[in-house]
Design a protein. Structure first.
Lengths: 283, 284
């Protein structure tokens, strides 16, 4: 039996299949955003017409004006920045030390503790939401920035520790030993040698932590019920669950909420995906 | 390096995780077997299990998780195979593919709710004008359609994650395996079936388990699109727990339900933890 020869005909067929599949993929992934963007610049009469207009006849920024000047969305945007930024920073600091401990030291119970971290990442949030609420109430942290920042450690810390541990392990230990022989302390080594070398991993953790906390819904819904600390996802849900949904406003608010994470993600995509799949490719 | 130094490094993170994870888990157990005054009782479990909605929610949860996973894994794997081919524009398409996964769940929920809108939704318009359906359908109000619709949105949201993980696994397959297969006369689908799939199986197993856990965990899409309705047709257990605790203020009953939910989840996590060490890196 002869080896399969790739004839010109087969190659053309392959390109057609790839082309069509790619087109379907792109349309499926992007259409909702295109529709969101188009809806956000339509006037009320064009939003609610049958048949719908694909493109707005009279594009308008009215919906954005409503969102920016007549709703609580700007305040929620600020709250989201403070809470996501705070929990990202806290998770990063804690994860740097923990990952370094896991990557470079042997101690009793280490495998057990690593499993605990992994399990933490996998716990169903619904199962612990009640006691968390009671704990936060007891600490006086319900409806405070600190409450959500702390609670978000559940989401961000375990995966951050896992990602950074694998990054630190990949850095040759000889580099650190050389620095120690030159008289550097453990912390000095961590901050002057290891961290600069793991910059892509740090960025991956940062983007991951920021994006997941920015998007988080359930904890915010339960633990931030006052408009002074509500985050954007809750604001959006408020917009759309009122009896009379203002779909133009909802779509404009969705744009306001999506653009920052989309930009952040696209800017750092390579590092982010690299960090997430690092182990899978390195074996 | 041996000694205590390592423990000091991990101590702060561990304290936070114990406070936020271990303590609440223990406390849930305590709440589930006590009444609001703190006396021991087994009634919470009985009361939580008795209503018809509990059984419905359990059925819905299984439907939701299984239905989502099948399509997420199949479509994600197909996408990964596509993105693993050499063609111009591949890296742009790979970036675009990731977008549904990155956008906030609540944004996905509201945007799809608007597209599925009965009167003014674009989906009803496209389907009626192409004569696929004779008249507009109430996607989110029809009792039999609502769950498949939500599953479709969930698949759309998460198949990109399967795709990048599988893609990473695909790219780690040594090229000589394919060359050997070519020498033996393998065609494209032979390669997929006999070379590719066995090689990425560990990644698929890890990703699938992760999807089960995420499925059990997902509240946002359903909560924002239907709130569990119509007639509890999309009420899943996590949402029921949420309602019990924060709308009915039945903390102890909610805790009892949480404990049972937790027991199921922990079995799945235990399987995952046993399997994942054989799959380096897919441990996310």
């Amino acid at each position: 039996m002869s080896a399969a020869v790739i004839t010109p005909g087969r190659r053309t067929l392959a390109y057609v299949v790839i082309g069509v599949a790619s087109l379907v993929l792109v349309v499926v992934c992007l259409f909702p955003f295109a529709w969101m963007a188009l809806s956000s610049i339509k006037k009320v009469n064009e939003l609610y017409t049958v048949p719908p207009h694909w493109l707005p006849n009279e594009p308008t920024l009215l919906n954005y004006a409503t969102v920016l000047f007549k709703s609580n969305i700007p305040r929620y945007f600020l709250n989201s920045i403070i809470i996501s930024g705070g929990s990202t920073a806290l998770a990063l600091v804690l994860a740097i030390f923990a990952s370094y401990g896991f990557a470079r030291f042997e101690f009793r119970g280490k495998p057990w503790l690593q499993s605990f971290v992994l399990i933490g990442q996998l716990l169903p949030t619904a199962a612990i939401i009640v006691p968390l609420f009671i704990t936060l109430r007891w600490l006086g942290l319900v409806n405070t920035y600190w409450g959500l920042i702390l609670v978000y450690m559940i989401i961000t810390l375990p995966l951050s520790v896992w990602m950074l541990t694998s990054y630190f392990r990949a850095i040759p230990v000889e580099l650190e030993e050389a620095a120690i022989i030159d008289g550097a302390s453990r912390l000095g080594v961590l901050f002057r040698v290891t961290l600069p070398l793991s910059l892509p991993g740090l960025v991956a953790v940062l983007v991951y932590a920021f994006v997941t906390t920015w998007n988080e819904f359930i904890f915010a819904l339960c633990f931030a019920t006052d408009s002074t600390v509500k985050t954007l996802p809750i604001g959006l849900a408020e917009f759309s669950t009122e009896f009379n949904t203002d779909w133009g406003g909802v779509m404009a608010a969705s744009m306001v909420m999506t653009v920052p994470v989309a930009l952040l993600f696209l800017l750092f995509q390579r590092m982010f995906v690299g960090g997430l799949t690092a182990g899978a490719t390195k074996g | 390096m041996k000694g205590r130094v390592g423990l000091y490094f991990i101590l702060p993170a561990m304290l936070v995780l114990v406070l936020l994870i271990a303590y609440p888990v223990v406390y849930t157990g305590y709440l589930s077997v006590t009444d609001p005054k703190g006396a021991l009782t087994g009634k919470n479990f009985v009361n939580a299990l008795r209503p018809a909605v509990t059984k419905q929610a359990i059925f819905n949860t299984i439907y939701w998780v299984l239905g989502s996973i099948v399509f997420q894994v199949v479509l994600g794997t197909l996408t990964a195979i596509l993105l693993n081919q050499q063609f111009p524009g591949r890296s742009i398409i790979r970036s675009i593919t990731l977008i549904p996964w990155v956008v906030p769940g609540i944004v996905a929920a509201t945007t799809w709710a608007w597209m599925f809108h009965t009167e003014f939704g674009i989906i009803n318009y496209m389907l009626t004008s192409a004569d696929v359906i004779p008249s507009p359908i109430g996607w989110l109000t029809d009792r039999n359609l609502v769950m498949p619709v939500l599953i479709a949105v969930n698949v759309w949201k998460l198949f990109p994650f399967v795709a990048i993980m599988v893609l990473a696994g695909l790219q780690a397959i040594p090229a000589d395996l394919y060359e050997a297969a070519k020498v033996d006369g393998a065609r494209f689908w032979d390669e997929v079936w006999f070379v590719t799939l066995p090689q990425v199986r560990p990644v698929l197993v890890a990703v699938t388990l992760l999807l089960v856990i995420w499925g059990l965990n997902s509240i946002t899409l359903i909560y924002a699109m239907t709130g569990g309705g119509p007639a509890n047709r999309t009420m899943i257990t996590p949402i029921q727990i949420f309602h019990l605790a924060f709308d009915s203020f039945q903390f102890n009953q909610a805790a009892a339900l949480s404990v049972m939910f937790f027991a199921v989840a922990i079995v799945i996590v235990a399987v995952y933890v046993r399997i994942v060490p054989q799959t380096p890196g897919a441990a996310k």
